[in-house]
Design a protein around this ligand. Structure first.
Ligand SMILES: [Zn+2]
Length: 162
């Protein structure tokens, strides 16, 4: 959806597309950009400052993660209460899976919840390699470690490793 967002540098309101669901199926370039730069912002019209909308976002990295692992970043606590983040993420995941044509009710999506600034660290992970790495040998950035480790543990349990 388009949203009006004030530029933090010059104060101009810009109309910017805020993504609630970003999937590599229909937006591969944006997912790649988020993974490589951490930003999918748009330039401010008069001053060119890149504005990143503080908005909850669910990211589907289907090319690398399939539809089992999803990344979710809530908006900052100043914008949305953190307690509702889980519900919002689950709701977005249902919409995403339905958009992907996955209607099997037993299909479980594991959602890794990380702060926006940590999304990049998460999106560059190779889940398929990480799930096969013994947890004690996995070196992870602190800002994704807790949530990502718990999802990897559940994946390992499903695969029968634990
Ligand atoms: Zn500006």
């Amino acid at each position: 959806m388009e949203t009006n967002w004030g530029c933090p540098v010059c104060g101009t309101d810009n109309s910017i597309k805020a993504w609630s669901i970003l999937s590599s199926v229909d937006q591969p370039a944006l997912v790649e950009r988020l993974a490589s730069t951490g930003s999918i912002g748009s330039p401010c019209n008069p001053c060119g400052h890149i504005i990143d909308v503080d908005h909850p976002i669910l990211v589907h990295r289907g090319d690398r993660w399939g539809s089992t692992v999803l990344a979710y970043s809530p908006a900052s606590p100043a914008v949305a209460p953190i307690e509702t983040a889980g519900e919002v993420a689950e709701g977005l995941a249902i919409i995403l899976l339905s958009n992907l044509g996955i209607t099997d009710p037993s299909h479980e999506a594991f959602i890794v919840m990380v702060p926006r600034l940590a999304l990049r660290n998460l999106l560059i992970r190779d889940v398929r390699a990480d799930v096969h790495t013994p947890p004690g040998q996995l070196r992870l950035p602190a800002d994704i470690a807790g949530s990502y480790r718990s999802v990897l543990l559940r994946l390992r349990q499903r695969l029968g490793y634990e």
